[in-house]
Design a protein around this ligand. Structure first.
Ligand SMILES: C[S@@+](CC[C@H](N)C(=O)[O-])C[C@H]1O[C@@H](n2cnc3c(N)ncnc32)[C@H](O)[C@@H]1O
Length: 364
């Protein structure tokens, strides 16, 4: 769907935070894959919805952010980095060419070291074909699928990406889009969810549960597509609609690096984060300190289900099942212990090796 207004457009508050996450992650991704100890000969950074590369206030768009990450973090003699950009608005395609020429007037790498394709057309019709033409498959691909939130991405492409070596996706999702149009969207909309119509039960849910349901269905679709590890989180601007990012990878290191990027995001962006699974929907860091209340609740819930476990196991759970980092776990358990709700086997301080369980509720 081409842009309805002017190109370029203003950079919204959550877009700044989203770009900060992309940048921090890609500054890790490119060097690990092209210059790390198990480096690949080549990688591909691909966007299905690239935009014009610039915002009306002059801010960089995601294609420029990605190229800068490569140029600044990887020495020129380390492998090949392909860039594939698709957009179905001719104005975006033209402006992206102009922007890249203006930002990088001297080609930073020769074409052989940094092949580039910018294609006018839909992500559905052109992204996979462009990756074929560029011979990207068989080497790592990072696919940034930053649509307006409706994620019109063929499921077949997601499956192929998940099966490709060391490949990852990050998808922008606006659950409100699906909530609003559920009654008017035909079967084609099920394709976004891997053909599963379960997302449509959103119609029967209470308003507060709707976004979470859409997100859960999308997570399941990515998981079924073959991404073993998922991380999703909600970016909450002070004003404006929340936005969800869903990240899928086949590697625990990918989750860890994405999470590090998330937690480093500049708080000055004025954007908070939430774990979509927290029932009380508390913002993670509205202030300088992380808000650990949601993690305390998630850990209590986990302990209720699992019985006694080592803190290490709770750290793994935290890394793979929440937006928090393993380093947050002991701090988040302390309020439970201080209230007498947590048993630490053998007493003493909470450590990674401690065996912990929920204390039985006092009888009345
Ligand atoms: C959110 S903007 C992308 C912003 C960009 N990723 C950035 O962060 O700088 C979405 C872009 O997707 C394009 N678009 C919308 N529907 C599309 C489709 N089905 N296929 C390809 N491009 C599409 C729009 O023209 C717009 O430029």
């Amino acid at each position: 769907m081409p842009v309805s207004g002017d190109v370029p457009w203003p950079c919204a508050q959550h877009t700044g935070a989203k770009h900060d996450i992309y940048r921090r992650y890609l500054e890790r991704w490119f060097p690990i894959l092209l210059a790390g100890s198990n480096a690949y000969p080549s990688v591909t950074y691909a966007e299905g919805f690239s935009g014009p590369g610039v915002y009306s206030g002059g801010e960089d768009g995601s294609p420029v952010i990605a190229m800068r990450a490569l140029i600044e973090k990887v020495p020129p003699n380390k492998g090949v980095a392909r860039f594939a950009f698709i957009d179905d608005d001719q104005r975006c395609v033209d402006m992206l060419w102009d922007t890249l020429r203006a930002v990088f007037p001297d080609r930073p790498r020769p074409d052989t070291a940094m092949p580039l394709k910018i294609v006018k057309g839909t992500c559905a019709a052109h992204l996979e074909a462009t990756l074929d033409i560029m011979k990207a498959w068989g080497q790592p691909i990072f696919a940034n699928l930053d649509s307006w939130g409706n994620a019109p991405v063929p499921y077949r492409l997601l499956r192929r990406l998940a099966a490709n070596v060391s490949s990852e996706v990050i998808v922008t999702l606006f659950p409100q889009h699906f909530v609003r149009f559920v009654s008017t969207q035909g079967e084609a909309a099920d394709e976004v969810f891997g053909g599963d119509p379960n997302w449509r039960t959103v119609m029967d849910l209470a308003p507060a549960a709707k976004s979470r349901h859409i997100l859960t269905c999308y997570r399941e679709a990515l998981h079924k597509a073959g991404f073993s590890y998922l991380l999703d989180f909600e970016l909450i601007p002070r004003n404006g609609q929340p936005l969800y990012l869903v990240f899928g990878t086949g590697h625990p290191l990918g989750v860890k690096k994405m999470k590090d990027s998330l937690w480093e995001v500049d708080r000055a962006q004025g954007v908070g984060f939430r774990d979509p699974r927290d029932e009380q929907a508390e913002t993670l860091f509205a202030f300088d300190e992380p808000q650990l209340g949601p993690l305390t609740r998630l850990l209590a819930h986990k302990l209720r289900e699992s019985g006694p476990v080592r803190v290490q196991e709770l750290r793994d759970f935290t890394l793979f099942e929440t937006v928090y980092r393993p380093e947050h776990v002991i701090e988040a358990l302390k309020p439970l212990r201080d209230q007498g709700a947590l048993n630490v086997d053998g007493g003493g301080p909470l450590r990674i090796a401690s065996l912990v369980s929920l204390a039985p509720a006092p009888s009345r």
